[in-house]
Design a protein around this ligand. Structure first.
Ligand code: SF4
Length: 439
């Protein structure tokens, strides 16, 4: 039955189509001086709209919107699956398993999550506390995780601490012993794919009194996290960091988030020997509007190349089944997740797609003025109120449900019974060719 929400969404879709008919174009470089209507080549208008629709309804669009591919002409957009004929699909009676473990070592706690993804670090300051709360509530409802990012741990999150990853980043903003002790997973952020080698940056206008208090800094000044950790220059230093966390919280799993330099395979092996349970390799397609375009496009290795490089190197070293590899950085769809797994990841970490589910239009105004006009990447007390955490958690839950359903459908059509069987199956992928635009 058609709901008021879907009707509203249909109106947005129609508005978008009218804008296109009036001569607005989706991509700035094709706009002939006119402003783009919505989206860009990676996050096309169709992908944004179909993500909104999934967040509203938990279902896929039935009006022809493209929900699988962007139009970047590269990366995941030129890869597709080679599905089996229907007679060879996994029977409908089989419940396809989408769970993954977060610890593959024979010791330390075993934590499984029912979906092959969790939420990426987004700091208090880069997003509002209400967004963090919405993400934590959704993580709890789905028995998965979300990460604090590097700006500290607002007390309101403590009610969901079983599902909140405490991040420790290079600026050590807001790092406290008690929030390391809260966590079942602690994440070291060495770098992020959207701005490798550049550290983090929070503009003074977003460093409100509350944000500054959490970060133990003066308010209204820009805050920089350096690159790299100035205490880590070797695998041994890396190990000392992990040992520090294990001393404070012996039961925590440790995740290491790195970008994708050309020697990312060496970084992966070093992280394993330092004791990491999870390696998160973060490619350059992600980031909010705050990340400089030149850094996103030029500095790091594309994630679709980094994943198989890491997977194969760990296999060759005989340690692939002792460390969990998660891919992040611009994972937009269930199809992107499945492709990352087929390339060799165990699962993914989702960032921007969660903001899109909450209403992000990809306008790139995250770091301008009072921040996001939709109340997402802002610390302005008035704008923040635009998002109700319960509403946000409900939308994220709908998105997760839709993604899980699509993953099951993909696996069924590949004749597989679990997401774990897909890992490293590059033979199931086909190249769609340059200029592929979905459909
Ligand atoms: S809608 Fe908000 S979160 Fe999305 S890009 Fe624009 S300012 Fe950033």
């Amino acid at each position: 039955m058609e709901t008021a929400e879907t009707t509203a969404l249909e109106l947005i879709v129609e508005k978008h189509r009218k804008a296109l008919r009036r001569g607005f174009r989706i991509w700035p470089e094709l706009s002939y001086g006119k402003p783009p209507a919505l989206g860009d080549r990676r996050w096309t208008a169709d992908l944004i709209l179909s993500t909104w629709l999934q967040a509203e309804t938990g279902e896929l669009p039935r009006n022809g919107l493209e929900y699988r591919f962007g139009a970047s002409g590269g990366g995941f957009d030129v890869l597709d699956f080679q599905f089996l004929p229907p007679g060879r699909w996994t029977p409908a009676s089989v419940v396809i398993d989408t769970s993954i473990p977060l610890n593959r070592r024979p010791y330390d706690p075993r934590i499984d999550i029912p979906v092959p993804f969790y939420g990426a670090g987004m700091s208090y300051g880069s997003v509002s506390e209400r967004i963090m709360l919405a993400r934590a509530m959704a993580a709890k409802a789905w028995n998965t995780f979300t990460s604090t990012g590097e700006g500290g741990y607002p007390p309101s999150l403590a009610a969901h601490k079983e599902h909140v990853i405490t991040q420790i980043a290079t600026g050590l903003f807001g790092v406290r012993e008690e929030t390391i002790q809260y966590a079942r997973v602690v994440e070291f952020k060495y770098a992020q794919g959207a701005k490798p080698g550049l550290g983090g940056h929070l503009l003074g206008a977003k460093t409100t009194v509350a944000v500054a208090k959490m970060r133990e800094s003066p308010p209204w000044v820009s805050l920089f996290s350096p690159f790299p950790f100035h205490s880590v220059y070797s695998v041994e230093d890396h190990r000392k960091h992990l040992d520090w966390v294990k001393t404070v919280n012996p039961d925590a799993l440790v995740s290491v988030k790195v970008s994708t330099p050309t020697d990312v395979d060496m970084v992966a092996v070093g992280s394993y020997y330092a004791g990491a349970h999870i390696l998160q390799i973060d490619g350059g397609y992600g980031g909010t509007g705050a990340a400089p375009e030149i850094a996103k496009k030029i500095i790091a290795m594309p994630i679709e190349l980094a994943i198989p490089k890491v997977h194969r190197y760990l296999l060759g070293e005989g340690i692939r089944d002792e460390i969990v590899v998660l891919a992040s950085g611009g994972i937009r769809t269930a199809y992107d997740i499945a492709k990352a797994v087929a390339l060799g990841a165990d699962g993914c970490v989702l960032g921007t797609v969660e903001l899109v589910a909450l209403g992000c239009t990809r306008c790139s105004n995250c770091e301008r003025g009072r921040g996001c006009p939709f109340g997402l990447t802002t610390t302005d007390p008035e704008l923040e109120r635009l998002v109700d955490p319960e509403w946000g958690a409900w939308r994220l839950g709908n998105l997760y449900s839709s993604i899980q359903g699509q993953l099951r459908d993909i696996l069924r059509r590949l004749g597989l019974r679990s997401i774990r069987e897909l890992r490293g199956r590059t033979d199931l992928l086909v190249y769609r060719g340059n200029g592929a635009r979905g459909g």
